[in-house]
Design a protein around this ligand. Structure first.
Ligand code: DX5
Ligand code: ZN
Length: 218
């Protein structure tokens, strides 16, 4: 399964419905929402109200990436807003097994995110309980950054960890994914590809979406 998840972080939010329609018509599989609180990361984006607005625009699964402190306090809000997948940062959650159970209890898929400097091996004792592993390929906080070069190795490590545990989580990458970087992460074994600026800051959102989707399917 190879899925494209455009991140609305880089979309024209004053035209959210039209922006989502464009990527949906051109092959998007998920809609990725980057939630930032200005504490866990040095940027502030949006909260459940925008997820709720996105929910009204599409039937696609909404993939919520929580780059916030104390995500446990907001899981219900994002689920009620329409999140289908909720991912929390390993670096931020003390009782991660409990948090993942809570995400599943409220009916969402449970994801764990690791920053570029967090080792894949840190997931050894939680990986069998997750539905999604999001490997950051940039330092979280902003769209439009450059892809971090050791990311392919980390994806390969995640594929090996999944195999060793006979687990079945999806592996997602996020940050600096474009037509030049997507093939190498595909080859490394990635399943879900988040792309923000390479889609929404392109001259033609539909064509950019279709091009990335074709690259992951060929
Ligand atoms: C970083 C964000 C970005 C975003 C994608 O915190 O998570 O990675 O989703 O940004 P681009 O595709 O513009 O690098
Ligand atoms: Zn993200």
């Amino acid at each position: 399964m190879k899925l494209l998840a455009p991140s609305i972080l880089s979309a024209d939010l004053s035209n959210l419905a039209q922006q989502i329609r464009l990527v949906e018509m051109s092959g998007a599989d998920w809609i990725h929402c980057d939630i930032m609180d200005g504490h866990f990361v040095p940027n502030i984006t949006f909260g459940p109200v925008i997820v709720k607005a996105a929910r009204k625009c599409t039937k696609l699964p909404i993939d919520v990436h929580l780059m916030i402190e104390n995500p446990d306090n907001y899981l219900d809000d994002f689920r009620n807003a329409g999140a289908d997948i909720i991912s929390v940062h390993l670096e931020e959650v003390v009782h991660l097994n409990r948090t993942l159970n809570k995400i599943k209890e409220i009916g969402a898929k449970a994801g764990v995110v690791i920053n570029p400097s967090t080792s894949v091996s840190a997931l050894k004792d939680i990986a069998e309980y997750i539905d999604l592993l999001l490997i950051m390929t940039v330092n979280p906080g902003f769209g439009g950054q450059s892809f971090i070069s050791n990311s392919e190795r980390r994806i390969v490590e995640a594929v090996e960890l999944r195999k060793s545990l006979n687990a079945n989580f999806l592996i997602e990458v996020d940050g600096g994914i474009n037509k030049d970087t997507i093939k190498s992460v595909l080859k490394a074994g990635c399943d879900v590809f988040v792309a923000g600026s390479s889609i929404f800051h392109s001259d033609n959102i539909s064509a950019a979406t279709a091009e990335l989707k074709n690259l992951i399917l060929t």
